[in-house]
Design a protein around this ligand. Structure first.
Ligand code: ADP
Ligand code: MG
Length: 307
């Protein structure tokens, strides 16, 4: 196994004007979708925000950093020939592991169970917090947005995402314990700023699974907006409703806008992407051409029938 070179190199490649490669084209904005709680809507948000940015014709790379590979299977990618782990440890070029999707502007860098090993192996690697940043350096000049779906912990993989990202987007489930754990997450972000990524920004908090008819959901929304403010680096104006179609789409191997474009979930994620684009305008451009790797198994999983 050959892990990446020194993190200092990666920093050089990424920082400054953001102009790597193509002259004049801004480097991709890398957004880490982070919350150490499971089941709050990270993967749903990463998948559907990435798809919605792609639908607006912004070249987008979705990076699946969770060993559970839910973002990968959400696109019907079952057994990728190469996965993020192979890129991280230098066994594959980023381009070889990246898979195109039904959306012309969206590519996926898939995860697999090997990634669970990285959490442990990284501990002994030099510049261990910079390995993802190094791995993604090649993608910066090619994409407008890189959306990173993080695992439900604040371990090595999430630290790597925070060190590689320009900004953090935090999905918050609007339920009673929503704010629990948020202080620790904000502490971690502060620590990453101090140690590895001084320019890391807060992209904002997205309220997920909002049920406006429920008093509790409304109270939580009011409290979170009261505390962090709306817009800017605070809470996105757009919140994501609880919508059964959002939970059905992954079993069909599709993002919501290809599964049911008229659903409230699809409308919400398209609005979230618009809100993000208003903050960080990017001209429309095509992503790099990618053939589907012949040895990658792609199929639509059978609908589960329980939805
Ligand atoms: N807005 C929503 N409405 C309904 N179900 C949702 C919504 N967002 C997420 N879910 C469902 O909730 C579960 C957890 O969401 P997920 O995105 O996988 O969370 P995480 O990645 O944070 O663990 C999944 O079954 C998902 O389909
Ligand atoms: Mg997830």
């Amino acid at each position: 196994m050959r892990w990446g070179e020194s993190g200092a190199d990666a920093e050089e490649q990424m920082d400054e004007s953001g102009q790597t490669g193509q002259p004049g084209a801004a480097a991709a904005r890398a957004i880490a979708v982070v919350n150490q709680k499971g089941g709050v809507g990270k993967t749903t948000t990463a998948v559907n925000l990435a798809a919605s940015l792609a639908a607006s014709e912004r070249a987008t790379l979705l990076v699946d950093l969770d060993p559970q590979a839910n973002a990968t299977s959400a696109f019907g990618i079952l057994e990728p020939a190469f996965q993020l782990y192979d890129v991280l440890c230098g066994e594959s070029a980023l381009r070889r592991a990246t898979i195109p999707t039904e959306l012309t502007h969206l590519h996926v860098l898939p995860a697999g169970p090997d990634l669970a090993g990285a959490e442990i192996e990284l501990v002994t690697v030099d510049d261990r917090e910079y390995q993802l940043r190094l791995a993604l350096a090649d993608a910066l000049p090619l994409y407008d947005f890189i959306v990173i779906d993080c695992p439900p912990s604040l371990g090595m993989l999430t630290l790597n995402a925070l060190s590689a990202a320009n900004a953090v987007l935090v999905p918050l489930q609007s339920e009673y314990y929503a704010l629990e754990g948020l202080a620790r997450l904000l502490d971690t972000i502060e620590r990453v700023r101090g140690a590895w990524n001084p320019s890391l920004e807060m992209e904002g908090i997205v309220l997920t699974m909002v049920d406006r008819r429920a008093n509790l959901s409304r109270q939580v929304e009011d409290e979170v907006r009261g505390h962090f403010g709306t817009g800017g680096a605070g809470v996105f104006r757009t919140s994501i409703p609880r919508n059964i179609r959002l939970s059905e789409a992954p079993s069909h191997g599709k993002p919501i806008l290809l599964y049911d474009i008229r659903s409230r979930g699809a409308v919400a994620y398209l609005a979230l992407a618009e809100e993000l684009l208003a903050k960080h305008p990017r001209p429309q451009r095509k992503p790099p051409f990618l053939p589907i790797p012949a040895d990658t198994e792609m199929r639509q999983p059978e609908p589960t029938g329980d939805s």
